[in-house]
Design a binder for this molecule. Structure first.
Ligand SMILES: [Zn+2]
Length: 217
């Protein structure tokens, strides 16, 4: 379950009292989830399920676990899996997308296309940690075609951020998408990378994924 910290240490702080009232009245709230200083992804509706005063926090729920869990009660495995899957869809995926697109200034890493409707936040290696907020360092902003090409090992990205296209495609002659969109990127560096070094793709994860690309070649 997700937690939302009290404002300060005083349980009677006006904001904490307001949150408690919202909890008792089951009022739907909007959670402004921070993805960068001063940048938020709104998640709604969310509810406060119960309070953990010893830890100065509320349990917050994007309308997934309400009615299915109670403090200290055992949760059946199939319910647990349902909650994790839904949490991923309603919270982790939108937050991951917003974070990655922000880090890449809303540009495809491979071709620099900058239309959010045509961009995805792709994972470098599959996101196995169901409960975790997927890290931006395991992410790449990619346009739809380059995302599909990356996922199907038509396109690989080396740990030094150079793009490779599968050998057999390089021999092929076809229309502009193949010529410019794919073959034209072969041997070229990524066109968009995050300004902040700590948000750039993790070299070890790229290496791991690149090995899969080479194996498929
Ligand atoms: Zn692209």
């Amino acid at each position: 379950m997700l937690r939302y910290k009290w404002r300060g240490d005083d349980p009677d702080h006006a904001e904490n009292r307001a949150l408690r009232t919202a909890m008792h009245q089951a009022v739907p709230l909007i959670w402004f989830f921070g993805i960068a200083p001063g940048v938020y992804k709104p998640i709604y509706p969310v509810y406060l399920l119960w309070e953990e005063p010893q830890h100065r926090q509320f349990v917050i729920d994007p309308d997934v676990a309400r009615g299915l869990v109670a403090p200290g009660e055992h949760v059946a495995e199939h319910v647990r899996r349902y909650i994790l899957r839904e949490m991923k869809q309603r919270l982790h995926q939108p937050v991951f997308r917003a974070t990655v697109l922000r880090a890449y200034a809303t540009r495809c890493a491979v071709c620099a296309l900058r239309h959010a409707q045509l961009l995805d936040a792709a994972h470098i290696v599959p996101d196995r940690d169901e409960a975790g907020i997927a890290a931006v360092r395991n992410g790449l902003a990619l346009c739809k075609i380059h995302h599909a090409a990356y996922d199907s090992s038509v396109l690989g990205i080396r740990p030094d951020l150079v793009v490779e296209i599968r050998a057999d495609l390089l021999e092929e002659i076809d229309g502009p998408m193949l010529e410019h969109g794919l073959k034209g990127r072969h041997g070229q560096r990524l066109m968009a990378v995050p300004k902040v070094r700590a948000e750039r793709p993790d070299a070890e994860l790229l290496e791991q994924r690149y090995a899969t690309f080479r194996a498929a070649d």
